[in-house]
Design a protein around this ligand. Sequence first.
Ligand SMILES: [Zn+2]
Length: 296
Amino acid sequence: MREVNSVYRTAVTLRTALIGKQTLAFDALGCDGIRPAVGHTIEEVRTFGKNIEIVWDDGVVLHSTFRLTGSWHLYRRGERWSKPRDRAQVVIAVSDWIAVCFGAISLETFRDFDPRRHPILGKLGPNISHHDVDIEECVDRMMHYEDREATVSDVLLDQRVVSGIGNVFRCEILWACEIHPWACASELKRAECRELLLLAQESLIAQIPNEMAVYGRQGKSCHRCGDLIRVAHHGEASRVLYWCPGCQIGHQPLVSPNITPLSIDRTPVFGDTHPASHVLMNELATMRGDGQDSFN
Ligand SMILES: [Zn+2]
């Protein structure tokens, strides 16, 4: 139990340092398989028992498991490491921190929801971040999505329609086009699909956004309408979705399907403000309330 608590604390620290930041470098000597691309944003840090998972906005997950020894360390850039560099298994650099994994007993990467692994799914769609992508073909793919009840949020992340849109840009382009994230994709007009995809392409090629309109801004005021930005888990891969309920009202459904609201206080929050941290702190409070004596 003591080790599990230590993993929780490590996760809280990693969240504060990494979440919402772009990956500037990723090096993983001890890990084969898919790698998060430089430039993608770290979206979540999750814990299960003695396991820590770091999730990027393109759905790549780095899973690390620890026994009694081994952990993630955080260093400021230029700070001296407390262990030799050649023992580092994974190094993740963001603008102001370097996270280093030492002594994990297992490390692997995978995609949270990888359509290419799905038995009935086909090939990846055109990569929207390419200059020469055929936008009208992408629009066709979006308009003819087989699940007529799918939300626009799910369709934008389905890599068979178009590939390359990560969760950050999904949230941002839906806000920019004032479309409700749970809008039924089949209700969108061709011009609306085209506008979303062109904006996605433009954003991906420019590799903005430096300043987010909704992503990571839960509880803060919308720049357009002043309402408070909300966040929830949504969809097949249960990704974190940010939106403004005040102005993203295009094609708003009568009932919001498959929503897992994350409790976001409107009162000031100290320390780690990420919603995942709220969930964690609630869990910790519950554990304390249950009289678990192994906390220290
Ligand atoms: Zn708004």
